[in-house]
Design a protein around this ligand. Structure first.
Ligand code: PBG
Length: 322
């Protein structure tokens, strides 16, 4: 356990202990290869897939308005995909390049989190290694560690493990310690449900499974609080620095219950389907703004310390929150 990880830089302290809505927001981004690429994602108005050059400018503007925490997802070119996402740990993917450039420019003033999962890098779209068409847990963990190390080497603040394999937080922490990455944090998607609210994201990241679904590893939404609490506590004991619940709105009760039981900071992911619901609900931006304020407030009230949301930029820009 390394309690210093969340205190290590001013930007991390501000994110986790800042105690304002503004400081708690994290903006997700989708990074693609190429130059001057800025592609609208259907179903997610206002969120684009961007090449590194465009992304750097976008984040530059975000930093100016005080949006300092960013989560990056790599959208991998098809020809790089294979059975075990081997390209995902290449130090020259657009994601790795972006991390290095951003850290060079903003250093301790920015918090960079990077998604660690196999699904965007595999040709079958599953989050793990398949053996007889089933996800094999421990082989998948080995591949996840390989990817996580490459992100640590690029200089991220937190790797964000979104895969839901058993035992991966412990394995990642141990490997980080062995390699000397004592200040690289782990944000664990601890309580992640097999949800229908990930649709627009999977389109954006082109990460839908080619067959089957994710129910053999993501949680069954019929399960009760005991399992959610157990998942969060196990990750806490394994050394996760931030625990996350996902999706957000349909699971506010779970946020409350888990936050009452754990001591590590708790994050919520207000996912793509929730975002799309709001953006498509009302053509009037002012009315949508009021919904965003109310939704973000509900996460804080339920007990979330950190909020990952596609609304982050608009919320800060339009002063929808304080
Ligand atoms: C990768 C991952 C997913 C999301 C975040 N990381 C998709 C999934 O699990 O299928 C969803 C985020 C969103 O819907 O906004 N495993």
């Amino acid at each position: 356990m390394r309690l210093r990880i969340n205190r290590f830089t001013s930007a991390r302290r501000n994110l986790i202990f800042g105690n304002t809505m503004k400081s708690s927001l994290v903006q997700p981004h989708f990074v693609v290869s190429g130059e001057n690429v800025d592609l609208q994602i259907s179903g997610m108005p206002g969120i684009n897939r961007q090449s590194v050059d465009v992304l750097i400018k976008t984040i530059g503007k975000d930093m100016k308005i005080g949006l300092r925490s960013h989560m990056l997802f790599l959208v991998m070119d098809d020809y790089h995909r294979d059975s075990n996402a081997s390209h995902a740990s290449d130090p020259n993917t657009p994601l790795h390049i972006a991390v290095r450039l951003l850290k060079e420019e903003y250093g301790d003033e920015i918090v960079i989190m990077t998604d660690v999962c196999l699904c965007t890098g595999t040709d079958h779209g599953h989050c793990g290694v398949l053996v007889d068409n089933k996800i094999e847990n421990d082989q998948s963990v080995n591949e996840l560690i390989r990817i996580a190390i490459s992100h640590a080497e690029a200089g991220v603040d937190y790797v964000a493990a979104s895969d839901m394999m058993d035992g991966r937080v412990k394995a990642m922490r141990e490997k980080f310690e062995e390699l000397g990455f004592h200040s690289t944090g782990i944000l664990s998607y601890s309580v992640k449900y097999a949800s229908s609210f990930y649709g627009p994201f999977r389109e954006a990241a082109e990460s839908s499974p080619k067959f089957g679904d994710r129910r053999s590893h993501q949680m069954d939404f019929r399960s009760g609080y005991d399992e959610a609490i157990m998942e969060a506590k196990i990750d806490q004991e394994e050394g996760a620095d931030i625990l996350m619940i996902k999706p957000g709105l349909p699971y506010l009760d779970v946020i409350r219950k888990v936050s009452d039981e754990v001591t590590r900071p708790l994050a919520v992911y207000n996912v793509s389907g929730e975002y799309a619901m709001v953006m498509n609900s009302n053509p009037n931006p002012d009315e949508r703004g009021k919904m965003i304020t109310e939704i973000l407030q509900s996460f804080t009230r339920a007990g979330a310390d950190v909020i990952v949301t596609y609304h982050a930029r608009e919320a800060i820009q339009k002063e929808l929150i304080e």
